[in-house]
Design a protein around this ligand. Structure first.
Ligand code: NAG
Ligand code: NAG
Length: 260
C-alpha cells in the first residue's frame, strides 16, 4: 500500500487498523505514564527512532521512523533505504554531543519511551520536521503539526513515496523490535513477580521466547529453547538484553545465534 507524498488516505487507513492493536497497550501502560526520570549521556543511534544511552534502550516518543530494512522511493521514483537515511541523519545530528531523554512511558518491549533533547532542541520533533520520521499518532498528537509542515514542504520521505512504518512492519510481519502481536509479548505490569530466569518472559505465538543475552565482552548472542545455555541465561532488560520471538528478529537486531 504505497502512497505518494501528497495523498494521506492510505496512511490514515494504516493507522486506523493498527490503532485497535495499540489501544490496549496504551491502556496497559498509562498507569505508569508519570514522570519516570531523565536518562542522559552519549547516545548510540540504533535506528531513526531508537537510541542507547548508558546501556538503556530508548524509543523516541510520539514518532515512528522507517525501519532499517525499509525501502522508500525518492522524488524520481528510485528506491532508497529510507530507514538507513533516517538513522544516519540522526547519527550526524547528534554526533558525540550528550543527549538528555525525558522518559514519558515504558513500551511493551521494556524500553523507555522518551522525548530526547540535544541542548534545548527536541530531537523527536527534529526528525518529524525533516521527514525522517512520521508522527506516531496512535500514541501521541504532539508531532502532528511537525508532520503536516514536513509533508507540505516535501521534506525527507515526503519528497517521494513511502509506506507508513507501522504499516510496513505489519506487511513484513515484524515488530519494530519484537513480535507482530505485541499485546501478549510482555507483561505490562513492571511489578509482576519475576520468574527465576529473570524478567517476565513474553508469550510468543511462535513458541518459547528467544533469549538475547549480552556477554560480559559485549557480544550479543541469542539462545533458543533446547540450547545448552537456554535455561540458565538470565535476561536483564535494563542492560539492553532482551527477548525475541523469532530468530530473524534477533538477527535483524544485531544478535547472533549461540553455537551451542
Ligand atoms: C550472558 O551474559 C552474561 C553477562 O550479562 C554473561 O555473564 C553470561 O556468561 C552470558 N551467558 C551466556 C550463556 O553467554
Ligand atoms: C529513567 C528511567 O526511567 N529509566 C528506566 C529505563 O528502563 C529500565 C528498565 O527497562 C529501568 O530500570 C529504568 O529505571
Amino acid at each position: 500500500m504505497e502512497r505518494s507524498g501528497s495523498g494521506s488516505g492510505a496512511a490514515t487507513l494504516g493507522r486506523a487498523v493498527l490503532a485497535g492493536v495499540a489501544s490496549c497497550l496504551v491502556l496497559a501502560s498509562s498507569a505508569n505514564a508519570t514522570a519516570l526520570g531523565v536518562i542522559s549521556g552519549q547516545a548510540r543511534v540504533v535506528d531513526g527512532d531508537t537510541l542507547v544511552i548508558n546501556g538503556e534502550r530508548i524509543r523516541l516518543y510520539g514518532v515512528d521512523a522507517p525501519e532499517s530494512a525499509q525501502q522508500c522511493k525518492d522524488a524520481k521514483g528510485a528506491p532508497y533505504a529510507c530507514g538507513l537515511v533516517s538513522k544516519d541523519a540522526l547519527d550526524k545530528k547528534i554526533g558525540k554531543a550528550p543527549v538528555a531523554c525525558e522518559v514519558k512511558d515504558k513500551d511493551q518491549y521494556g524500553r523507555n519511551v522518551s522525548v530526547c533533547r540535544l541542548g534545548s532542541e527536541d530531537l523527536n520533533g527534529w526528525l518529524v520536521n525533516n521527514g525522517y520520521a512520521v508522527s506516531y499518532r496512535q500514541y501521541s498528537k504532539d508531532y502532528i503539526p511537525a508532520e503536516d509542515a514536513a509533508h507540505a514542504a516535501r521534506k525527507g520521505i515526503w519528497a517521494g513515496e513511502f509506506q507508513v512504518p507501522s504499516e510496513w512492519r505489519k506487511q513484513n510481519k515484524r515488530g519494530e523490535s519484537g513480535p507482530v502481536q505485541p499485546a501478549v509479548a510482555f507483561s505490562p505490569n513492571p511489578t509482576a513477580p519475576k520468574k527465576a530466569g529473570g524478567d517476565p518472559t513474553p508469550n510468543c505465538a511462535t513458541g518459547p521466547a528467544i533469549k538475547g543475552n549480552i556477554s560480559s565482552s559485549g557480544e550479543k548472542i541469542f539462545h533458543v529453547a533446547g540450547g545448552k545455555y537456554y535455561d540458565s541465561v538470565r535476561i536483564d532488560l535494563k542492560d539492553g538484553e532482551r527477548f525475541f520471538c523469532t530468530e530473524s528478529e534477533a538477527t535483524a537486531a544485531g544478535w547472533r545465534k549461540s553455537s551451542q
